[in-house]
Each structure stands twice: as structure tokens, then as C-alpha cells.
Design a protein around this ligand. Structure first.
Ligand SMILES: [Zn+2]
Length: 258
């Protein structure tokens, strides 16, 4: 979840957390995790070169952390996470900005590569073509997995955002991801491509290698908590999964799916 007001503006308060918790309870979801985009926080400014990141990098991280920690203190079933754009070559600096806070889990993601966007125009796929863009994306995702910075990889095949799901060596991709968990997310159902993340072949290849998964609806507003989560669970089951990873203080454990 991204901790926002119902109009999607930034709202890093315990009241905002409670709005998400309320919807989760109504929908029978036991526990939710917040993973705000790290690029909203001024403490990460030195990591960025893209205008998209620099323009958003204006909020203090402390109220975000405090809001989730305080919600947990009040007894709400919430986890403190963060979604971190992987910046190759800045692994040390990334670790440094994350170090002071008590994360339950850290999601790794790639939204920009080589100065181009993955899920916006001008896009990597539009500039390089699918084959070269996908190669570049998956080699970078492997770097993210090897960096040791991340507990789960968010929307791991987002490079399909523009274009088709082309044939790919999913076994090799899964093998390159260092056993890091993959996020199974329903958010893609509401994008123009209308597909779950990741595709069923990547997910089956990950399952064959014993890689764990996490689940996400990627809600940016409380009304979307758990949206289409049943579809994501079904997708994971179809790939052979029976458990989902739950993180506490960056230690994962397996719980039955759904
Ligand atoms: Zn993302």
C-alpha cells in the first residue's frame, strides 16, 4: 500500500493508516503492509537523477515511519515497508538511507533505466525495442536481486507495460534472481495492459526454484485495499504456490495462501 489520502495525495499520518486498516478489516484481510515510494523522501535526494524522482523528493521520511509504527502500537495489523527504486552503482548509498528505520520489508523495483521510463513514455521499450529493453530490464533486475537490499521484487515483469508478453527464457530469469521473493500483484489488472504481475510462466519458473512470493494490491488509496487479491492468489496457486511470505523485521516466514 502507498500511504495516501482518499484523493491519492500524500498523507503520512496515523489517521491515514487507520483508513486503510478499516477497509482491510471489512474485506477480511488479516494484515497490510505500507510501502511508500522511497523517492518521495528528501533523505533520498542524492540517489536520483531523473526529474520524475527529483520533483517528488520533498517529504520527510520520519512522519511516514512514525505513522505506521504508531498504528502498530495502537494494535493495528500493519507492517512498515518501503518500495525502493534500484539504482545500479548506488547500492551503498541506498543501504545508508534505509539503515536508520525499522523496516519489516523492503520492496525493490525498477521504474526507470538508462534515463528512460518503464511504465511511462518515453519508454525503454519504445526506444530500444522489446528484445533489447527486456534484456536490459532483466539484467538490471538480477542486479537488484543480488544487491541484498531487497526482500521482494515489486511487479517483477513490469517491462511488459508497453507491448506484448513476448517469448522469453523465464527459467534463466528466475535463476538470476538469487532466491529473492517475487511480488504477485493485482495492480496490473488496472493498467492498460490488464495483466497480473508477474506472468504465469515466470511465476511457475520461480516456484520450481523454490522462490517465495509476497502478495500485493498496490493500493494508492484506501478504497483499493485488497482489490482483486483473489485473482492474485488464484494466479499464485495455478503456478504451484501454497504459501505466501510474511515479513517481520526483515525475517520472512511462510503462511498458507488465502
Ligand atoms: Zn512500483
Amino acid at each position: 500500500m502507498h500511504l495516501r489520502a482518499p484523493d491519492e495525495s500524500i498523507d503520512h499520518t496515523v489517521e491515514a493508516v487507520e483508513r486503510f486498516v478499516e477497509v482491510a478489516a471489512e474485506r477480511g484481510i488479516d494484515e497490510i503492509g505500507f510501502t511508500e515510494h522511497v523517492y518521495y523522501f528528501e533523505q533520498t535526494r542524492q540517489l536520483w537523477s531523473m526529474p520524475y524522482h527529483l520533483e517528488r523528493c520533498v517529504y520527510d521520511i520520519e512522519p511516514y515511519v512514525d505513522a505506521v509504527v504508531e498504528a502498530r502500537r495502537r494494535g493495528h495489523p500493519v507492517k512498515l515497508g518501503i518500495e525502493v527504486d534500484y539504482e545500479p552503482g548506488l547500492e551503498e548509498e541506498t543501504a545508508e538511507v534505509l539503515r536508520p528505520y525499522p523496516w519489516d520489508y523492503v520492496l525493490g523495483s525498477i521504474h526507470f533505466l538508462d534515463g528512460l521510463a518503464i511504465d511511462q513514455e518515453p519508454s525503454l521499450v519504445g526506444s530500444l525495442g522489446e528484445d533489447a529493453a527486456w534484456s536490459r530490464y532483466y539484467e538490471t533486475l538480477a542486479g537488484a536481486a543480488r544487491s541484498g537490499l531487497f526482500d521482494s521484487l515489486a511487479h517483477p515483469d513490469i517491462v511488459k507495460f508497453f507491448g506484448d508478453e513476448i517469448d522469453w527464457d523465464w527459467g534463466a530469469v528466475a535463476a538470476s534472481l538469487n532466491g529473492v521473493a517475487l511480488e504477485v500483484s493485482s495492480a496490473g489488472l488496472h493498467k492498460p495492459h490488464g495483466k497480473l504481475y508477474p506472468n504465469s510462466r515466470l511465476l511457475a519458473a520461480a516456484n520450481e526454484r523454490g522462490m517465495p512470493i509476497t502478495l500485493a494490491s498496490d493500493a494508492h488509496v484506501p478504497q483499493n485495499v485488497g482489490r482483486d487479491l483473489d485473482g492474485a492468489i488464484e494466479h499464485a496457486r495455478a503456478a504451484g504456490y501454497e504459501t505466501v511470505t510474511v515479513f517481520d523485521e526483515r525475517q520472512g516466514r511462510q503462511e498458507p495462501l488465502g
